[in-house]
Design a protein around this ligand. Structure first.
Ligand SMILES: Cc1ncc(COP(=O)(O)O)c(C=O)c1O
Length: 358
């Protein structure tokens, strides 16, 4: 008999908030402070992002990831020469696949979705849009949006992102990085601020959606304009796209807790490690097609017929591709070794390869 099912591997946004974030929000809940960002918590948050990326960056705190992407992209669109520009991304990108057409609706912009087996965009893919340029019957590629780590849990190296940025900039395009899980990427690629800068500002990225929600926040994302020229008007655009929080102190306080003493990187590292551990334990079990070890905090195994429902009695998880019984197991900042062992023992029990040792 499996134990009561849990949700430890459902998603990183199924996890709660880190205690330090909870404490920071409680501490911010004192007295009257001015709204819309004119508060000490937001000043501190903006200073922390300047400390991370450099004195010239502009940070706009937002409510959620979709909204941060829209605020970032809408601001970039405003800096382009007209509304005939399009956004180049992959078919897997969150903006294309999981935002209910929000970019198309709110920006009035076409997305050029390029097929990609690993959810990564290459310089060649960017260059492949060159035939559209200068032809009045076509949208004009204006922005490249890439996701790091990708929606398939793959990672770009800093050099790969630099090459995409070079290609985009050569073609007169701007680069947006969806970093909903930027902590996982930072932890996986080296685990310090230099690593973060190596695949963002040093690689030539123009603007980032910097995620907090999937990494221990209640709900907070930040749009960080790395090129100061591109931030012009971003305060107005954020309001227009309904991402200006009046009680901003509560969102900023969450980032202040996460950015303090590199907690955000530590949480990303832990989450990645739990995914690696799960991979190791399940790799020994016959029947599971796991693929290569996870680069960040998600596994996309294929399971034999009949296993998925049985395993969901141990823990809920999402389908990925039902046609091939592929599912997604995702770890979070608070996933424990015990969660990992328990879930792996569920897989083992269903495989019939050994008794469950939960
Ligand atoms: C890559 C990526 N970008 C952005 C988001 C933002 O999501 P939300 O609008 O739900 O905060 C998500 C959430 O799943 C995501 O995976």
């Amino acid at each position: 008999m499996p134990p009561a099912p849990d949700r430890a591997f459902a998603s990183d946004n199924a996890a709660g908030a880190h205690p330090a974030v909870v404490e920071a929000v409680i501490a911010a809940n004192a007295g009257h402070v001015l709204a819309y960002g004119a508060d000490d918590h937001t000043q501190e948050c903006e200073a922390r992002f300047r400390d991370l990326f450099g004195a010239d960056v502009t940070t706009r705190v937002c409510f959620n990831g979709t909204g941060a992407n829209i605020a970032a992209l809408a601001t970039l669109m405003g800096t382009l020469t007209g509304p005939h520009h399009a956004i180049v991304c992959t078919n897997w990108s969150h903006i294309a696949a999981d935002e209910t057409g929000a970019p198309e609706r709110t920006l009035g912009t076409k997305l050029i979705e390029l097929p990609s087996p690993d959810a990564k965009i290459t310089p060649e893919m960017v260059e492949s849009t060159g035939h559209l340029q200068g032809v009045q019957h076509h949208v004009q590629p204006g922005i490249v949006s890439l996701t790091q780590p990708t929606e398939l849990g793959t990672l770009y190296t800093p050099a790969e992102i630099a090459a995409v940025c070079d290609a985009a900039h050569r073609m007169g395009m701007l680069v947006h990085l969806d970093g909903a899980r930027i902590a996982n990427a930072t932890a996986a690629l080296g685990g310090d601020r230099t690593t973060l800068r190596s695949f963002t500002i040093d690689a030539g990225v123009d603007v980032i959606s910097f995620g907090g929600t999937k990494n221990g926040a209640f709900g907070a994302e930040a749009v960080v304009f790395l090129d100061p020229m591109l931030a012009t008007g971003s305060e107005y655009v954020r309001k227009q796209v309904t991402q200006l929080p009046s009680k901003m102190r509560y969102l900023s306080a969450q980032f202040n807790a996460l950015l303090h003493d590199e907690l955000w990187i530590e949480l990303g590292r832990h989450s990645n490690k739990m995914a690696t551990n799960l991979h190791h334990l399940v790799a020994e079990i016959p029947g599971v097609e796991l693929g290569t070890p996870p680069e960040v905090n998600s596994l996309f195994p294929r399971l034999p017929h009949g296993w998925i429902e049985l395993l969901r009695d141990w823990c809920f998880f999402w389908d990925w591709d039902v046609t091939v019984q592929q599912v997604r197991w995702m770890t979070a900042w608070d996933t424990t070794e015990r969660d990992v062992k328990r879930f792996a023992s569920g897989v083992r029990a269903i495989s019939g390869s050994a008794d469950s040792d939960r």
